[in-house]
Design a binder for this molecule. Structure first.
Ligand code: HEM
Ligand code: NAG
Length: 316
């Protein structure tokens, strides 16, 4: 029996908001055909200048997506009348890479003015950074928009702390629609980059689920008091190469953060960590899948959205 036009209209009305907000791989193929070719060299240059930049960009994307979806909210600067997310506890004196995003945005605005959102730029920049550092490539979906708002409170609430155990990490991920497996897979992002002493001090002095030699070594540059900003690599092989060594570290009880070692600690995720420690191909495949999932986290309905001209300020 054919549906009445009334029923069809209802069906279309129900489907429309979903289809228009869904991300797609060819979103800019007409409006900005060279987008990927424009972004890639800017990221390559930034990483060449300073390898840590790649890690910092990837983390920015994570901290953007966990706070009301991937909407570029983390990129907004504070002003006398606007409080953004940069001063939230997990971000303050910690997140970096904003200048690199500015450089990408400038290049993209040059090629296709007013078309590409900062949220999408962050997504593309993260993919490029991972790839340039030796990691996987995934089929990125685009079409995100930039929020005209940000939330310091939500950043404080949603971004997981390094003091968490598996249960707490799982809850933080489930709160944004991600799974326990995503916790293990995406924590693999810690194969690159650095952490400050203040974020791992308690783990290297007080925890028992740590290789004593590794702990002693890290204590050399992270004293019991002072030196809060001293840096150590999150992965003992190289903070500059995206590989599966992070998981090999966990198996040897050389996780730097309490939350890293919590994934291999006589817990439910031990087997998955063990698998990735032996099978880099599997890790790379799953990392791409989980990045697509994380990149799909949507801003709540009612969020005012736009394509920002300058990633640091809302359009006037
Ligand atoms: C599972 C929960 C997570 C916790 C508790 C956590 C915590 C942290 C902490 C404390 C730092 C060091 C920050 C500082 O020194 O100020 C850090 C760095 C980093 N995180 Fe995570 N993280 C988590 C998940 C992720 C995810 C999902 C990604 C990306 C897929 C990621 C990517 C990074 C990167 C690349 C760095 C190094 C950044 C740089 O060198 O600038 N992390 N993380
Ligand atoms: C070790 O744990 C104790 C008790 O919770 C705490 O007071 C102390 O500050 C911790 N030490 C370090 C170096 O984090």
């Amino acid at each position: 029996m054919a549906a009445s036009s009334f029923e069809s209209a209802i069906l279309i009305a129900l489907l429309l908001p979903l289809t228009t907000s869904a991300l797609s791989s060819n979103y800019y193929s007409k409006s900005c055909p060279n987008l990927f070719k424009v972004v890639y060299p800017v990221i390559a240059k930034a990483i060449k200048q300073q390898p840590r930049n790649g890690a910092s960009i990837l983390r920015l994307f994570f901290h953007d997506c966990f706070v009301n979806g991937c909407d570029g909210s983390i990129l907004l600067d504070d002003t006398p009348t606007f409080t953004g997310e940069k001063t939230a506890f997990p971000n303050l004196n910690s997140v970096r890479g904003f200048n690199v995003i500015d450089d990408v945005k400038a290049a993209v605005e040059d090629a296709c003015p007013g078309v590409v959102s900062c949220a999408d730029i962050l997504a593309i920049a993260s993919l490029d950074a991972v790839h340039i550092l030796g990691g996987p490539w995934w089929k990125l979906k685009l079409g995100r928009l930039d929020a005209r708002t940000a939330s310091r409170d939500l950043a404080n609430k949603n971004i997981p702390a390094p003091s968490l155990n598996l249960k707490g990490l799982k809850t933080a991920f489930e709160n944004v629609g991600l799974s326990e497996k995503d916790v293990v897979v995406l924590s693999g992002g810690h194969t690159i980059g650095l952490a400050r002493c203040v974020t791992f001090r308690n783990h290297i002095y007080n925890d028992t689920d740590i290789d004593p030699k590794f702990a002693a070594n890290r204590q050399k540059t992270c004293p019991r008091s002072g030196g809060n900003n001293n840096l150590a690599p999150l992965d003992t092989k190289s903070g500059r190469i995206f590989d599966n060594f992070y998981y090999q570290d966990l198996v040897r009880k050389r996780g730097l953060l309490h939350s890293d070692q919590a994934l291999f600690d006589d817990v439910a995720t031990d087997d998955l960590v063990l698998k990735y420690s032996k099978d880099e191909t599997e890790f790379f495949k799953d990392f791409g899948k989980s990045m697509i999932k994380m990149g799909n986290i949507k801003p709540s309905s009612g969020t005012h959205l736009e394509v920002r001209k300058n990633c640091r300020v809302v359009n006037t």
